[in-house]
Write a protein that binds this ligand. Structure first.
Ligand code: GLC
Length: 448
């Protein structure tokens, strides 16, 4: 019994000793950890690594961007670049980014900004003014329109990375085969498309006449604005400062798109197309004409991605009789969050990204039109993109969307109106235009 007690006691003693040792071990562990954590921090501080969060979108040519990031990493080992990739659509990307900025998220230092956002981001206090870093002498190196787009109330909020402007792409081989020159008017484009698709159908080749961006999102506003302006209409009438979309030239242009383009020379599916889907149709050889931004040249002539490489022509967008050609001004800027705790590193990255060297890389490898004037005379770029010199004018005269902090709200009204007007053949365009117009005027009066 005693033995038993002793052994039980010994066992309990042992357990106590073991527990004691375990507790001792835990304390030691915590102690070691406490020693290690500051050591780790010190190491980090010693290395001076700054983590920089960059919110960007899904690129069309990821390889070019990977190259850019690896150059930056190699040249700036002190900055840990963390990327967050948002959706391709400008509208969806805007929602993601503004949500973060509204929450003063620490996961945003640098972000890409659509050309239509600087007034909104400035007025909301989300984008940091860059005046102290982005010197006026440096701004002179950039296209004026791009600098203007980044300015708000006398301050500058973004550095232009690349510029976009609407371009007409066409199947040069097919136009030549049918004896056509690139169309000057939209009506001519429709006629040519109809003749070519009918001719090809006779040979068993299925091809549509046109593809563009007609889904309800920001791209729809860009495309529709080109029809409206090229008919002498306006989104905002510059004389009155009020909505121009219910005026006759604007209404007629919208009607033209509904009656002649959607489900006619373009498949009805374009109502769900953003840039990538519309370009896919073209590079699969399934569309004669295509409206897109400058990058589509690289993609459609890249034999790895396109079945029509070498058969692509490029021209100004058509216009209506009596009107002239207009391209919507697009493009992306690099901005810095007001809430960033790493503004210095953020500026290092912005300066790098928008530098001549990186813009040249983006031009050569991703077909992006530079915002730095000098690059329009660059021999290598002109060799790769001979049209950059002929089309320079198109880039320089591209027409901006309304410049107001309330633009996203205005665009939302436009998107709903255009989408309804072109997709529902029974919709009363005049009536819809009038009600959208009134809504826009109400919004604009709020901004005054
Ligand atoms: C391009 C343009 C941008 C525009 C968007 C619409 O990304 O650069 O300005 O808002 O297309 O889809």
């Amino acid at each position: 019994m005693n033995n038993l007690l002793r052994s039980v006691g010994g066992y309990l003693m042992n357990r106590q000793a073991v527990r004691h040792r375990v507790i001792q071990g835990i304390f030691m562990g915590i102690f070691v950890l406490l020693l290690l954590v500051p050591a780790g921090c010190t190491k980090k501080a010693e290395e001076g690594k700054t983590t920089l969060h960059f919110v960007t979108w899904k690129p069309n040519i990821p390889e070019a961007w990977e190259e850019i990031y690896s150059i930056f990493r190699a040249e700036h080992p002190d900055i840990e670049l963390v990327r967050e990739t948002g959706p391709h659509s400008s509208t969806a990307f805007h929602d993601l980014l503004t949500q973060k900025l509204k929450n003063r998220s620490e996961d945003v230092d640098v972000f890409l900004m659509d050309v239509i956002w600087p007034p909104e981001f400035a007025a909301a206090g989300w984008a940091a003014p860059l005046d102290e870093m982005f010197a006026p002498s440096e701004r002179k190196e950039f296209l004026e329109g791009a600098i203007l787009a980044n300015s708000y109330n006398g301050k500058i909020y973004g550095v232009p990375l690349f510029i976009d402007s609407g371009i007409l792409y066409y199947r040069r081989d097919l136009l030549e085969k049918y004896g056509f020159k690139p169309p000057r008017t939209w009506q001519e484009m429709v006629e040519q498309a109809e003749k070519i698709t009918a001719g090809e159908a006779g040979k068993g080749v299925e091809i549509y006449g046109f593809s563009g961006q007609f889904k309800q999102y920001e791209g729809l506003v860009c495309d529709m604005m080109e029809y409206i302006l090229s008919n002498g209409g306006n989104i905002i009438n510059p004389k009155t400062g009020k909505s121009g979309i219910a005026e006759k030239p604007a209404v007629e242009a919208v009607r033209f798109v509904r009656d002649n383009i959607i489900g006619k020379i373009a498949p009805a599916g374009v109502l769900t197309y953003q840039e990538p889907e519309s370009l896919d149709l073209f590079i699969q050889g399934k569309a004669v004409f295509h409206r897109n931004w400058p990058y589509a040249w690289e993609v459609s002539n890249n034999p790895k991605r396109s079945t029509i490489a070498g058969k692509v022509g490029i021209a100004r967008l058509p216009h209506f009789p009596g009107g002239r050609s207009y391209s919507t001004l697009g493009g992306w800027q690099a901005g810095i969050s007001s809430y960033s705790k790493n503004k210095e590193a953020a500026w290092t990255f912005v300066k790098f990204l928008t530098s001549e060297r990186i813009q040249k890389l983006l031009a050569l490898k991703a077909g992006r039109a530079p915002t730095r004037k000098k690059l329009y005379g660059d021999a290598e770029i002109l060799k790769a993109y001979p049209h950059f010199s002929g089309m320079k004018d198109v880039f320089l005269t591209a027409y901006p969307r309304p410049r107001t902090p309330l633009y996203p709200a205005v665009s939302n009204v436009l998107q709903r109106y255009f989408s309804k007007a072109i997709s529902d053949p029974s919709s009363d365009i005049e009536k819809e235009a009038l009600s959208a117009s009134q809504e826009i005027d109400r919004l604009l009066s709020l901004a005054k």
